[in-house]
Write a protein that binds this ligand. Structure first.
Ligand code: GDP
Ligand code: MG
Length: 448
């Protein structure tokens, strides 16, 4: 499978940091094969892979993914793009009934879709009616009536011989369509779904009839239904219907089979029309709005590879997050215990003033420094010793009442405790700078 082949390709590429033309070529070759196996039309494949190659070569090097995975990620994104980002909703008429006309080859799934669409719209609070404008096959009208019954949606059909409030359409699909809309308006149906005839192959008579129906009822949507199982033919069929009836949206049917759905990419690329729905079975509920992402991974048949890529990116994100978290924690870990140790270290190293004056930011504290002698360290030590072990490691909790207690315990004033808290905060800031690798110039060996 493509997954296996790509996984093998990735193995060879693993460890390389940047996308070379050879890497991209190797991956794109596999992708091309996958697209062709999914029955995407040859010219569409050619154009698509050229886009991919261009984008892959121009892309930034990912730290999370190896080159092969990166190309696949790009392919997946582009596929989703081409297949359409946002779901396109049905255009509803501003006044009067919304008219939806179905077009497509015979057997594409139009009549079945009429029922599904009717049910779906009913569930959304609409009041649809199906119109039987396929008078080509003897059983077509009956089939739509059965479909309508199953879906719980009424059907407007010509009834030869029966008395009708309308002129007998006498087998004219255009008249039936027109009458169907009139009927809907009279009976306050708000959506009219016009089922039409299809041929096994494209022919001009069929296309003219579809065009005539379209012109007669001026639909808000013309949905082109295409069987996902059709392979390379998708392009020609889609083009013919696009030229012939100028459809507004695409419905991909029979996606429940093992079709890889290449038709979706072909139709979308050639016509630029949005794929709106997917039909996934013979039942009236086997119908859903089209999901470009699902279709993308279906076409590539690489669920596992895409999952791997997702995991690799997540893992990388996690590692990065942990690294950042640790860095942050390191800064927070600077406690009064450390502060005390630093003070003692400084005392050992000689003149406190001299040492402090070498530290960045010390210039602003020069006045304070003048009064900062070695006896100060004794007081600092006394104050810190009066803190509980918890307060030493979590200075944030040292509030007013704690400061008063610490001051009493160490025999200093509360303001001296406050000053120490302030100096501590400054030292903590400095440690943050050090942790960020900014360093402290002029400190041989750095801060202990
Ligand atoms: P039409 O000629 O375009 O009206 O196509 P139909 O609606 O009559 O469908 C042709 C055949 O395909 C029928 O046997 C349907 O039951 C079947 N069919 C339609 N849509 C689907 C689908 O999404 N999945 C499957 N498996 N069969 C479908
Ligand atoms: Mg039909």
């Amino acid at each position: 499978s493509l997954s296996d082949r790509l996984t093998a390709t990735f193995k060879n590429l693993r460890g390389k940091g940047r996308l070379s033309e050879a890497d991209v070529d190797a991956t794109v070759r596999e992708i091309r094969r996958a697209l062709l196996e999914a029955d995407v039309a040859v010219p569409v494949v050619r154009e698509f892979t050229a886009t991919i190659k261009e984008r892959a070569l121009g892309s930034e090097v990912s730290e999370a993914l190896n080159p092969g995975q990166q190309v696949v990620k790009i392919v997946n994104e582009e596929l989703k793009n081409v297949l359409g980002g946002e779901t396109r909703r049905i255009n509803l008429a501003k006044s009067g009934p919304t008219v939806i006309m179905l077009a497509g080859l015979q057997g594409a799934g139009k009549t079945t879709l009429a029922g599904k669409l009717g049910k779906w719209l009913t569930d959304q609070g609409h009041k649809p009616v199906l119109v039987a404008s396929d008078l080509q096959r003897p059983n077509a009208v009956t089939q739509l009536q059965v479909v309508g019954q199953r879906a719980g949606v009424p059907v407007f059909a010509p009834e030869p011989g029966a008395t009708s409030e309308f002129d007998d359409p006498t087998g004219d699909p255009v008249a039936v369509a027109r009458d169907g809309v009139t009927h809907a308006r009279a009976k306050l149906y708000d959506v009219v779904i016009v089922d039409t005839a299809g041929r096994l192959g494209i022919d001009e008579a069929l296309m003219r009839q579809a065009r005539d129906i379209r012109n007669a009822v001026n639909p808000d949507e013309v949905l082109f239904v295409i069987d996902a199982m059709v392979g390379q033919d998708a392009v020609n069929t889609a083009k013919a219907f696009d030229d012939g009836v100028d459809f507004t949206g695409v419905v991909l049917s029979k996606l429940d089979g093992d079709a890889r759905g290449g038709a979706a990419l072909s139709v979308r690329s050639v016509t630029g029309k949005p794929i709106m729905f997917a039909s996934t079975g013979e039942g009236v509920r086997d119908f859903e709005q089209f999901h470009p992402d699902r279709m993308a991974s279906r076409i590539l048949d690489m669920g596992d590879v895409l999952t791997l890529i997702e995991q690799a990116e997540k893992q990388w994100d996690k590692t990065e997050a942990e690294r950042m978290a640790k860095k942050f924690t390191d800064q927070e870990d600077f406690t009064f215990e450390d502060f005390l140790a630093q003070m003692q270290q400084l005392r050992k190293m000689g003149s406190m003033k001299k040492m402090l004056s070498m530290m960045p930011g010390a210039a602003g504290m020069r006045e304070q420094l003048e009064n900062f002698d070695e006896r100060e360290i004794d007081r600092v030590e006394a104050i810190v010793r009066s803190m509980t072990p918890h307060e030493r490691v979590a200075p944030k909790i040292i509030n007013g009442s704690r400061r008063a207690r610490i001051a009493r315990g160490s025999g200093v004033s509360v303001s001296e405790v406050n000053q120490l808290m302030e100096r501590f905060a400054q030292a903590q800031k400095m440690m943050k700078r050090l942790a960020q690798g900014k360093g402290v110039p002029g400190m041989p060996g750095g801060i202990p």
